[in-house]
Design a protein around this ligand. Structure first.
Ligand code: BMA
Length: 986
């Protein structure tokens, strides 16, 4: 099978079609100046004003340095003009149409060429603008001057707010340190600030600019639908791929004639290419000058491999070369070619009745049900030019690889950010990361003036056409939380509810129609959260309860209840947002420039980086429930302890919540009213990435470093997992869960081992093995017990349940008969670490670091070319053991873990002998094995004596990890100096 790595859809121009890039990389330079021309500097296109002013040293430091988000705000209050001169080559043959095409302009701009205005008040950064310049363009040696005059985005919306006073909210909360009325401009909504990000309302030409001339029509986009037909040849199913070629003609109602062709490369020649051709007889385009040509190809399943999400199979992509050659008489032939990658797959949203009132909400991928695991994506930088395919490659790749490595199979591109670059979706295709694509509307009401609706219609049409062909793109959604905001009266719309609902219906019905017009049969949700089909087909766009647990998706945030308690989480169909804040590492925070006086959550510096009102207090409340707070948080050392504790809390809370949703797949509960709770088939936590260095819900820091919660994600998203559940009334249930594809029909024989530990002893005091089986996409309760009885029987000490609970913790291992399968261990702390009886400060040290070597694991090699072994030694149980590497980009094979000794470790063998000796010495009649049977404590000896004896025999034990890193190998002693280890009691 040939696997094509064509990662950027190429557009090729031929013959009469001519093209001239007007980016700054080509000859000619752009300059930018402000209103009164006091500033005039050279500019970069594609780019943006903040980047230009930094390059020109008008802005002294990085945008994220200290309080620059506010200190640089004057930039957003000025008007900026980008200007460049260019000449058109003398061999340029002007065609019927000559246009300057702006693939992305941010945002409100008037444009002129040679002093003639060719556009005024363009106002949607998500739209491609094609501006006719025929008759204005100068040829040969005569210079042309292109000017793009940007209106201040913040002043523009201030003016608009007077015209559109109903469009609420007016402003973001003060704690955001942002700007008002982002909803009045089609611009990244978070660019006016969010609860995790700064305001940088930029101006600039953030995508390519080009001059194009042609006579008849060009191929602009290609959409493709793959489906199974009902036909079989030699018992092999036939698949159909239907391509739609979107042609753009020189003018409305123009006549187009030509040849459309699709070459689909499915393997090595001969016979490795399937070709489809359609002669376009003279046909008139519509009033937008567009014509769609459909070409269907059929291919046997024998010849192809299907495209699967990450963890469910491979991601085979086939290159399709799609072209249109215009043969309209009277004009020279001209052709455009596009390369896209095609993945054969089907995807449906299964919403079938469950319980009295309720629908399932799950994806069926290639026919089989799947559990969606992942997170939400926000713009990884506040400046749009930094996230584009030109500048953002490294960052995008790093973040998506980190998502893939922890088992993410879906990301929701959240509606307050951007439609991402082609590069982003190409990577998602290659990595098997499904994309739930919101339209860019979030947490607001929006205008419904005709001009606004027209602009949004164009935006949605263009974006769907651009993104649809990616096999990774599977869900379209209208907005983020606008339905909930309306129903729950977040912004005072309640007094005029029905007219706001009318506005809401107008906008999102139009978006729904546009999406389904471009991508028939696709999945469209009006909002997230929403009730899915019930909203679409029954209640209308605003449901009584958009957060219903019986329908659609749910966003769940509860910062005050105990995040480590699984009972607080809703038994819903699909959790598309949930999360907890933490602080990023000290190393990341230091890149934002705090000086020694700035450290402390009550210092101005860190107060201003926390945009979520009460955010620090909420984190502290959670920490205090389970751990001990540092005495002071107003110093560098205190902050460093707080960073660690917030990360532990985030990791534990996300683990608890995600496991509750994963068990929800198998836990169905009928209410008295006949509703079914549970049947959960999705968990997307909030949020994957960060936009800057600040407290937030992200598990990846700005710069890509993994927080503790990201290491935990690798476990709670594992395909095969064991998950203990301590329920109300202290019932312990243990679930075995699988999210493997139903195609992988193999039943896995497995053994669950439940091990009991005293906090004072790194070796297990009791173990129990249970045989079980794990089917694909499956959940089974493999064990249950009354915890009190179980702990007593396991030799945990204590006369009442509270002391029993605090004396022991449990470890769960899952092993498979087939060694190709594995599952991470899991743990249950039972009680809060602050109550852990017998847990002493262990001496945890990095005992050795091996010489760096080339990474062996093929899946990790592209992300981290180098590896080194690290040994950690300890003399006792240690909680949340946390390794950090300063100044080396990389991550560890595990982190934030509970450190115990392997039962095969010498120390445990020694322990065992010590116990056996004790057992004998106690003079009882049991043989050695019986001595250690669950429930048989050693007669005649108190557990304290037993424990003391065992503790006295404890020496060091070692745990081995791998450190994966990105840059050239340093030697082990230098590497050693960058590494530190800490744990809870330090
Ligand atoms: C959700 C998101 C974001 C927000 C996050 C954390 O509601 O949609 O708007 O950043 O919560 O508050």
């Amino acid at each position: 099978m040939i696997f094509y790595y064509v990662i950027i859809a190429l557009i090729g121009y031929g013959k009469a079609l001519q093209y001239l890039s007007l980016n700054s990389d080509d000859e000619g330079i752009w300059v930018v100046y402000n209103s009164n021309k006091s500033i005039s500097v050279s500019a970069k296109v594609p780019g943006g004003i903040y980047s230009d002013l930094i390059s020109a040293h008008i802005l002294g430091e990085d945008v994220y340095y200290k309080s620059n988000d506010e200190d640089y705000r004057w930039v957003a209050y000025d008007n900026w003009t980008y200007q460049r001169n260019f000449t058109v080559p003398s061999d340029w043959i002007s065609g019927n149409k000559e246009a300057v095409i702006f693939h992305g302009i941010d945002t409100v701009a008037d444009i002129s060429l040679n002093g003639v205005q060719i556009a005024s008040e363009l106002d949607n950064m998500f739209v491609r603008h094609v501006l006719n310049v025929k008759g204005i363009l100068q040829y040969g040696g005569s210079p042309n001057q292109l000017q793009v005059h940007f209106h201040s985005p913040v002043k523009t919306v201030q003016e608009r707010s007077r015209l559109w006073p109903r469009v609420v909210p007016d402003c973001v909360p003060n704690s955001y340190h942002g700007e008002c009325h982002a909803n009045l401009i089609r611009k990244t909504q978070s660019s006016f600030a969010w609860d995790w990000g700064p305001a940088f309302p930029s101006s600039g030409i953030w995508q390519n600019v080009e001059l194009v001339t042609y006579n008849v029509a060009i191929l602009r986009d290609v959409t493709v639908r793959t489906e199974k037909t009902g036909h079989y040849v030699n018992n092999w199913r036939i698949w159909r791929a239907t391509f739609v070629l979107h042609l753009e003609a020189v003018a409305p109602n123009a006549t187009v004639e030509g040849i459309s062709q699709v070459d689909l490369h499915i393997g090595a020649a001969p016979g490795g290419m399937i070709m489809g051709k359609k002669i376009v007889t003279p046909t008139a385009t519509n009033e937008d000058g567009e014509l769609q040509v459909e070409i269907s190809l059929e291919v046997s399943e024998r010849l192809i491999s299907l495209w699967w999400p990450n963890g469910m199979g491979s991601q085979t992509l086939y290159q399709a070369i799609v072209s249109f050659r215009s043969t309209t008489p009277g004009f020279p032939e001209e052709s455009t070619v596009k390369n896209i990658n095609v993945g054969f797959r089907t995807v449906e949203l299964d919403e079938t009745q469950v319980g009295k009132n309720g629908l399932t909400f799950l994806l069926r991928f290639n026919g089989g049900a799947m559990f969606s695991k992942g997170s939400n994506w926000i713009p990884p930088h506040a400046l749009p030019e930094m996230t584009s395919a030109v500048n953002g490659k490294e960052m995008t790749r790093d973040l998506l690889l980190s998502a893939r490595e922890v088992g993410v199979n879906m990301l929701r591109v959240w509606g307050g950010g951007n439609y991402e670059s082609d590069y982003f979706y190409d990577l998602a295709d290659q990595m098997g990361i499904l994309i739930w694509q919101d339209m860019m509307f979030a947490c607001s009401m929006y205008p419904t003036e005709i001009s606004f609706l027209d602009s949004v219609h164009l935006e949605v049409k263009q974006q769907v056409r651009r993104l649809q062909h990616h096999p990774s793109v599977v869900i379209w959604a209208g907005n983020n939380e606008n339905e909930a905001a309306l129903r729950q009266n977040w912004y005072g719309t309640g007094t005029n509810f029905s007219s706001y609902v009318d506005d809401y219906a107008l906008l999102y019905n139009m978006i729904n129609t546009t999406v389904l017009g471009e991508d028939p049969g696709s999945i469209f949700l009006f909002s997230s959260p929403s009730n899915g089909a019930a909203t679409r087909d029954v209640t209308g766009p605003v449901a009584d309860d958009p957060q219903s647990r019986y329908y659609g998706d749910v966003h769940y945030y509860n910062y005050l209840a105990d995040g480590w308690n699984p009972s607080i989480y809703p038994q819903c169909r699909f959790a598309s947002e949930y999360g907890f804040q933490s602080l990023p590492s000290m190393e990341t925070l230091k890149t934002s420039g705090p000086t020694s006086d700035d450290w402390g959550i009550n210092k101005d510096f860190f107060k201003r980086r926390q945009h979520h009102t009460g955010g620090y207090q909420e984190m502290i409340i959670q920490i205090q429930r389970h751990m001990k707070m540092p005495h002071d948080t107003e110093s560098e050392e205190g902050m460093s302890k707080l960073v660690y504790l917030t990360q532990v809390n985030q990791a534990m809370s996300l683990k608890t919540e995600t496991e509750a949703y994963r068990r929800g797949m198998a836990v169905l509960e009928e209410t008295d009213g006949g509703e079914i709770l549970g049947a959960t088939m999705g968990a997307l936590y909030w949020q994957l990435d960060d936009i800057w260095q600040a407290p937030s819900w992200a598990t990846l820091e700005y710069g890509g470093r993994w927080k503790m919660a990201h290491y935990y994600a690798a476990k709670f998203f594992s395909n095969l997992m064991v998950s203990p559940w301590l329920m109300a009334y202290n019932e312990l249930k243990v679930y075995l869960l699988s999210t493997r594809s139903t195609e992988q029909s193999k039943v896995l024989d497995c053994q669950l081992t439940i091990k009991v530990y005293h906090w004072s002893d790194p070796c297990s005091v009791n173990r129990q093995i249970i045989d079980s089986q794990l089917l694909p996409l499956y959940g089974v309760q493999a064990f249950n017990a009354d915890l009190e009885t179980y702990l007593k029987a396991s030799g945990c000490s204590g006369s009442d349940f509270n002391s029993l609970k605090s004396s022991c913790f449990l470890i769960f291992d899952l092993k498979f008969n087939d060694s190709a399968y594995e599952s991470p261990s899991n743990f249950l702390l039972i009680d809060s670490p602050k109550n852990a009886a017998g847990l002493k400060k262990a001496n945890v040290t990095i005992s050795s670091v091996g010489e760096p070597y080339s990474t062996l694991d093929a899946a990790l090699k592209e992300h981290y070319p180098f590896s080194a072994q690290i040994n950690i030694s300890s003399d006792g149980v240690a909680l949340f053991v946390w390794l950090e590497a300063d100044r080396v980009k990389g991550r560890f094979s595990d982190n934030g873990f509970l450190l115990i000794a392997d039962d095969d470790d010498q120390i445990c063998q020694r322990n065992k002998s010590a116990k056996e000796e004790l057992c004998n010495r106690s003079g009882n009649s049991l043989d050695h094995a019986e001595c250690f049977e669950p429930g048989n404590s050693i007669p005649n000896l108190s557990s304290e004596t037993t424990n003391q004896h065992i503790a006295s025999s404890v020496k060091l034990f070692t745990h081995t990890l791998t450190f994966y890193f990105r840059e050239k190998p340093v030697n082990s002693s230098i590497l050693r100096q960058t590494l530190t280890v800490t744990h809870l009691l330090e």
